[in-house]
Design a protein around this ligand. Structure first.
Ligand code: AVJ
Length: 335
């Protein structure tokens, strides 16, 4: 499935993996919705937020003054690009898990000057991959080769050609790790480690604990973008699973749970109501104030990150912290 490209300086391939089958994906969506909506409390996996509109809304969120992760991380990437670039060396391989718009990778390549880089982009959203490819194609003279993987992180990692001769850096940025609870993060990090050889590197972006009012502004912003991002999950189920969620009868809510060190996003039912999710063969009876839990965003302590990552087979090399935004970029070497 490789496509020719019109880009001047980049070559683009689709991954040499089985393309995600549309019907299989739809069946999986129905199965997941059915399973998670019947849990107590009711839930939906946050991964499902990233359809085409969801990815575009998340991109927009990154421009909000109250959501400081992206801006802080771009600053750190720009400042320390040379050091990060040295972790790969010339003609290396860079894998980004959840590339979104591709802006972070483009910033890194531009600031570090990584000649002959082979970038592997892993994202669930076709639209996000297309945007990333475009962003990278616009970089002049870097001769970056791009391979896209429309896949989950786990599938993307397993699809990487093993035993590559080139040095590899896996970039897991934007505090995407924050969507995993501790056992989930540990399992994913072991999978990341398994895709690397000794001396390869992991670049991890992680959002840090900060005052509650700042967290609530970031996850329940005054212009309602995050609310739209959250509610779009119901729009998606209405469209893809023939559900009949009445959007006017749900509210977006963000809660900070200090004991668990995470922000939760919920969709709260504003009245007692029943919802039919046809293709999941599910009738939901929701009470007033009952919630559907759609996301956890764990927040970290900068000094605690090594205790999360090192047991998976890494050694911390360097850490850069934006103290103002409370965000950390940490470079690990595979042990
Ligand atoms: C992309 C998962 C890192 O948790 O901060 C933004 C997603 N959710 N606003 C995050 C998100 C609400 C974001 N991550």
């Amino acid at each position: 499935m490789s496509k020719p490209t019109s880009a001047a300086s980049s070559r683009i391939d689709d991954a040499a993996v089985r393309p995600r089958d549309e019907r299989a994906e739809w069946l999986e969506l129905a199965r997941e919705a059915r399973f998670y909506l019947q849990q107590t409390p009711r839930q939906l996996p946050s991964r499902l937020l990233y359809d085409a509109l969801g990815s575009a809304l998340f991109d927009a969120i990154c421009h909000l003054p109250w959501y400081r992760i992206t801006h802080a991380e771009l600053g750190l990437l720009r400042q320390h690009a040379r050091t990060i670039g040295q972790a790969i060396g010339p003609r290396g391989r860079l894998v980004e898990l959840g590339c979104g718009s591709g802006e972070k990778l483009a910033t890194l390549i531009t600031s570090a000057g990584m000649p002959g880089l082979h970038a592997h982009l892993v994202d669930l959203s076709h639209a996000a991959l297309a945007r990333s490819v475009q962003t990278l194609a616009m970089l002049k003279g870097s001769e970056t080769r791009v391979t896209t993987h429309r896949a989950t992180y786990e599938e993307g990692l397993l699809a990487l050609p093993a035993g590559a001769a080139e040095r590899t850096l896996i970039a897991f940025l934007g505090s995407n790790i924050g969507n995993f609870d501790a056992p989930g993060a540990a399992a994913l990090l072991r999978l990341v480690r398994a895709a690397l050889g000794p001396g390869d590197a992991l670049l991890l972006g992680a959002d840090l604990v900060k005052p509650e009012h700042e967290l609530l502004l970031a996850y329940d912003d005054p212009i309602g973008l995050t609310a739209a991002f959250n509610k779009n999950l119901l729009v998606r189920l209405n469209r893809e699973l023939r559900a009949d969620f009445d959007l006017g009868r749900f509210a977006h809510r963000a809660v900070w749970r200090p004991e668990a060190s995470r922000v939760e996003m919920h969709l709260v039912s504003l009245s007692a109501q029943t919802v039919d999710v046809k293709d999941a063969e599910l009738q939901l009876a929701l009470e007033r104030d009952e919630m559907i839990w759609t996301e956890s965003s764990y927040k970290f302590e900068a000094t605690g990150l090594r205790h999360l990552v090192e047991p998976a087979g890494f050694v911390q090399r360097q850490q850069w912290v934006d103290e103002d935004a409370r965000f950390a970029l940490t470079l690990f070497a595979a042990a």
